[in-house]
Design a protein around this ligand. Structure first.
Ligand code: PMP
Length: 354
């Protein structure tokens, strides 16, 4: 038998973890951070008030088991019932729990390429294989490709990260209608577009729509995500997720945000939509060909994206480089915030390209 002292962490970890690396994005501080699609407009006022009052409730006790108060306001916000809602520690947690709930080790999850990079990781961490289905030439979901992939779970993202565009409702509906497994539809950026399947999810047996308060609601640091679906589906995700995932302070702030900050969020979303169009126009003016966007970020194909991102950082603006995206090539992804930040981003980009 091997000397127990000689067994490395890699040897004692699950075998399937050996070729999974730690997710470690470049989070070095930067004057203007347009790299992660979080809100650049500050904390919604009522959520902030709730956080300031957080010391008034007990932190010696556990939070609610499955965030019942939060489910109630989410249900009202979406137009479904509380039993159609599951919450989580960020939508990452809901996605991870759902994959674990509906996928057996050895099963296959199909996702688009390119799409949200964490999902293949969550699939592999739960023992699933990943099938990547390229987006169509106009960056839509390839419904036939998904249905022909022989997958056990299908993950769709609309608006899609990192391309920014919403999938056509027809393609999404075709996948949902033609698939006998669970479809997870990630709508993290739903507030920035008019298309959503969240209400429909409550009426369909195997569609889980996943949303977050990290983007339009500006609460990424509190880690709150949620899923909408049939009550039976929701219970399975909840089993997999486990109890006490949303902290008391986060739940209180989220309840206030969803009930009292909606107008604030709506105004901010309008500003993002305006600045997004103006930013795209300016990019075209300097000879670039950005993708159209239904979210709070814009994907801009550029040569040598990693170097461009480093040069922009030198000018105080962080963006996320994506080298060698399928069908697109190198690109940078830029979050959309107040216009002065976008002007700084344009200046930094012109510097990097010069
Ligand atoms: N889905 C998509 C498409 C995302 O872009 C992100 C954040 N980058 C998430 C889910 C996860 O967000 P959170 O865990 O903060 O809710």
């Amino acid at each position: 038998m091997q000397n127990p002292d000689n067994r490395s962490a890699l040897e004692v970890a699950r075998r399937s973890y050996r070729d999974i690396s730690l997710y470690a994005p470049d989070r070095a501080p930067c004057r203007i951070d347009l790299s992660d699609n979080t809100s650049l407009f500050g904390v919604p006022p009522h959520a902030l008030a709730a956080l300031r009052a957080a010391s008034e409730f007990s932190v010696t006790r556990y939070p609610s088991v499955y965030s019942g108060d939060l489910k109630t306001v989410i249900a009202e916000y979406i137009g479904v019932l509380p039993e159609n809602v599951v919450t989580g520690c960020g939508s990452d947690d809901v996605l991870d729990s759902a994959i674990r709930a509906f996928g057996e080790p050895g099963d296959t999850l199909a996702t688009a390429n390119p799409s949200f990079a964490m999902v293949p990781l969550f699939a592999r961490m739960n023992g699933l294989s990943v099938a990547e289905i390229r987006l169509t030439e106009n960056q839509d979901v390839d419904a036939r490709g998904f249905l022909g992939a022989n997958a056990d779970i299908i993950y769709l993202c609309s608006p899609n990260n990192p391309t920014g565009n919403a999938a056509s409702p027809d393609s999404v509906a075709t996948v949902i209608a033609g698939f006998d497994g669970v479809v997870i539809l990630d709508e993290a950026y739903a507030e920035f577009t008019d298309r959503s399947f969240a209400r429909e999810a409550a009426t369909l047996p195997r569609l889980l729509v996943v949303r977050t308060l990290s983007k339009a609601f500006g609460l990424a640091g509190l880690r709150i995500g949620y899923g909408i679906g049939d009550p039976g589906l929701i219970r399975e995700v909840e089993k997999s997720r486990g109890p006490y995932k949303v902290s008391s302070a986060a739940e209180q702030a989220a309840v206030r945000a969803l009930s009292e900050d909606r107008d604030w969020v709506r105004r901010m979303v309008e500003e993002v939509r305006g600045n997004r169009g103006r930013f795209i126009d300016e990019l075209r003016r300097i000879g670039l060909n950005p993708l159209s966007s239904d979210s709070n970020f814009v994907l801009v194909p550029v040569r040598n994206a990693s170097q461009v991102a480093r040069d922009m950082r030198e000018r105080g603006v962080a963006v996320r480089p994506f080298p060698a995206l399928a069908r697109i090539g190198d690109a940078i992804r830029v979050s959309v915030g107040p216009w002065d930040m976008m002007q700084d981003a344009l200046n930094a980009l012109e510097f990097a390209l010069a």
